[in-house]
Ligand binder design. Sequence first.
Ligand code: CIR
Length: 269
Amino acid sequence: MGLSRKDKKKDKDERKMYEKAIVRKPGKTIVDGISSNDLGKPIYKKALKQHRNYVEALERCGVEVIVLEADVRFPDSTFVEDTAIVTEKCAIIAQPCVESRSGEEIKIKRRLEEFYDRIEIVESPGTIEGGDVLRVCDHFYIGLSTRTNKEGAKQLINILEKYDYTGSTVPLKKALHLKSGIAYLGDNNLLAAGEFIDNPIFNNFNIIKVDNDERYASNCIRVNDYVLVAEGYQKTIKAIERAGYKTIRVDVSEFRKLDGGLSCLSLRF
Ligand code: CIR
């Protein structure tokens, strides 16, 4: 599925500008965060500095950034994207399945209540993390991963339909999250790496292929007039610019050590 002609027009005419973003500073315990790679432990001070630069990049895109204090009880809590799915009509609180992250979503719910009248909740035995949810206009692709199960996806789709959105699932093979390997840039352009390049589900999009040696850079975010992309991935940066987008490069090497990328570090709405 890609965008119909009507949706393409809608995407251009009604692309919602993000006004706000919520982020959480990394805490000292970030060194104990979950990792599936062998890049070593993040250096706390460097992570803090990179996080400040990330906030500045969002501000350059015209977004007001709400910076939450670090929460050392949750080593991975800087990856706020996983705790909720935010839309212009409602906020949906996610349901983590990893014990060390369980509870992060409750703290985010309290903050989202300041901005949303309508808050929905995905409940156990459903599990879901925001990193598995990719929005394309009014449709939400939901990765079925080690973190998001069928029940979680089903509950999310039911909630979305109440608000006139639609949702469908994408079974994952290797990726941690759906958005670990794919990003929607707008205008029917989908940046894709690894298992997502040839996935028939995304057949009708213009696929911008990310080489395997740069697959980390496929986790980028379109924020208003810019695409934020990880520093150091020249081929991908060039491909995004060739497709007509202005880029802002952000060094997130310390978050990469915990399998986290640019999208994971904020909730944008
Ligand atoms: C985790 O494994 O949960 C964290 N270390 C990384 C979360 C990355 N989040 C994301 O891709 N949305």
